[in-house]
Design a protein around this ligand. Sequence first.
Ligand SMILES: [Fe+2]
Length: 267
Amino acid sequence: MPALSLTLSGTHHADDTSPGGTRAVVDRLRTDGIATVGGLDSRTKVLAFAGQVMTLVPHRDSDADGLTTIQDIGRRSLRPGLGGLGAGELPAHTERSSVPWPPRLMLLVCQRPADRGGEVLLTDGRAVHAHLAEHAPEALEALALAGTAFYGDGGGHTAQIFTRHPDGRISVRLRQDALAQFSPLVRRHLPDLTRAIGTVQRRVLLGAGQGYLIDNHRWLHARTAFTGRRVCLRALGASRAPLPAGFAPRPPGQTGAERPDRERGTC
Ligand SMILES: [Fe+2]
C-alpha cells in the first residue's frame, strides 16, 4: 500500500466555533466527503464539535453522551463485530454497515495515540469506483448488483457494495470481517476491489486532539494494529446540513485523476 497522506491543509480547529468555520467543514463534506479536525483534545470539545455538524445517533457501545470510546477492551473484542474495540488491524469498512441506514457522518478524534501503529487508513469510495471503472469494469458491474452482499448476523442487512441512486450518484457500503457474506457473483471480483482500495488508500497518523469527519456513505476507514493505550472518541450521526445521496462518480476519462498529496500531516 502506498504511504500516501491525507491533505490536512484547511483543518478545522476547535477554537473556530464561528458559523463560517462550521460552513467550511460542511463545504468540504459536500466536495471531498471528508474534513480534518484539530484541537479537540477533550471529550467536551469533541462533543461540542460533533453537535455543530451532526445529530448524534447512539450506538450499542456508546456512552450516555452519545460518544463511543474506542480503545482495546481485551478478549471481548475477539467476538465478531467487536474488532474495533481491540488492538488488531481493521480492514476498510463502512461504519454500521449492517443496519438498513448506516449513519451518514462519522467523526473520529484521537485522544491518546498508540505507542506503535494505530494509523488510520482512509479510502475514498469515489476513487475506488473510478479505479474499478478504468481497470476492472466487469468487477464494478458485479459489485453494484443488488442484494449480493449480506452484512451482520441474523439481524443483518442485505445490500450491495456500490448502490446506484436514481439520479446517478453512488454510495458505497462494505465490511470485510466475519460478519460479511458475498454472493459468488461478487466473490470472484473481490481481489479487484482489494487492489483498488490498496491503490487509493491514504494513511494518516493522528496526534492527540486530531481527527477526521467523513461521509460514511463515501469514505471507508481502516486501522493498522497497535500497541499501547490508544484512545479515540467516535461520534456517529445525521448531518445537520443537507447532503445529496452518496457521491457523484467521476466522469469517464478522469478516472486516473486521483493525485496523491505528499504532505505528511500532523493536522
Ligand atoms: Fe469503524
